[in-house]
Design a protein around this ligand. Structure first.
Ligand code: SF4
Length: 251
């Protein structure tokens, strides 16, 4: 795989030092630093990613926006995607799992294999989320996300900008890493950007339909993700290394 040289260590340190607490300036830097076709905002259509997309769109109305359709998203997410496209009057790219990988997996393990073991859950996440994103990021030098430190213990040290070793050492920008829930909500509300309708039904983190449930007020925000797993990291593998990797040829 041929990549552009994304960034030198010195530049990374300089940008981090100057811009890590200035989300809009950090996004502006990324937009100016990388060619338009080689930078992308990736969002799971949760409020954080939508805030970053909104921030980037204000700076560059043509910026690439991308989401993953796992094939198991809630219908509300599809409706919300259409709503966002209409709101911004522009396209949002959608990537999908490889149908052959998916067919092999579901024929061997069933369509709801994720309930049966942590490894099958991770395999499903790999095929439906991780691998499609890897293919999409193979052609970019920089991606921007809505990751925040407040979201979970595992994300508590998320930097505003980093080299993403898991995707070929491209630049990963998490401009609102230090924001609170209140800041994120205020940002989108001030701009009149619609938010995912499931938030109004007590969801606090929204993923695939069979793997997400609403949470009670006293529960952790990610308690509704893969709630049947005990002690798991509540990660699909996109942002954090999975507990186990899919053996070569397994899928
Ligand atoms: Fe599969 Fe559930 Fe992961 Fe979606 S969240 S990819 S359905 S295991």
């Amino acid at each position: 795989m041929i990549r552009h040289q994304p960034i030198a260590d010195g530049e990374l340190a300089d940008v981090r030092g100057r811009l890590q607490t200035r989300p809009r300036d950090l996004v502006a830097w990324a937009l100016a630093r990388f060619a338009p076709e080689r930078r992308v905002v990736v969002t799971g259509l949760q409020v954080e990613g939508v805030a970053v997309a909104s921030m980037a769109l204000e700076l560059d109305p043509t910026v690439r926006l991308l989401t993953i359709d796992t094939g198991r998203l809630p219908r509300a997410t599809h409706r919300y995607l259409a709503e966002l496209r209409a709101h911004w009057d522009r396209d949002i790219e959608v990537v999908h799992p490889d149908p052959r990988q998916l067919d092999t997996f579901t024929r061997h393990h069933g369509v709801d294999a994720f309930y049966r073991s942590p490894q099958l859950r991770l395999d499903c996440c790999h095929i439906r989320k991780v691998a499609p994103l890897e293919r999409a990021l193979a052609d970019v030098d920089c991606w921007m996300t809505g990751l925040r430190r407040e979201q979970s213990a595992g994300r508590a040290t998320t930097p505003a900008i980093e080299l993403d070793d898991r995707h070929g050492r491209i630049v990963k920008v998490n401009p609102i890493a230090g924001w609170t829930d209140v800041q994120v909500r205020a940002y989108v509300e001030e701009r009149g950007v619609p938010v995912h309708p499931l938030y109004a039904q007590s969801y606090r983190s929204i993923g695939c339909d069979p793997c997400t449930r609403p949470v009670a007020a006293n529960e952790d925000r990610r308690a509704g993700r893969w709630w049947w797993e005990q002690g798991s990291e509540k990660e699909c593998g996109i942002h954090a290394a999975p507990l186990r990797v899919v053996p070569a040829g397994r899928s």
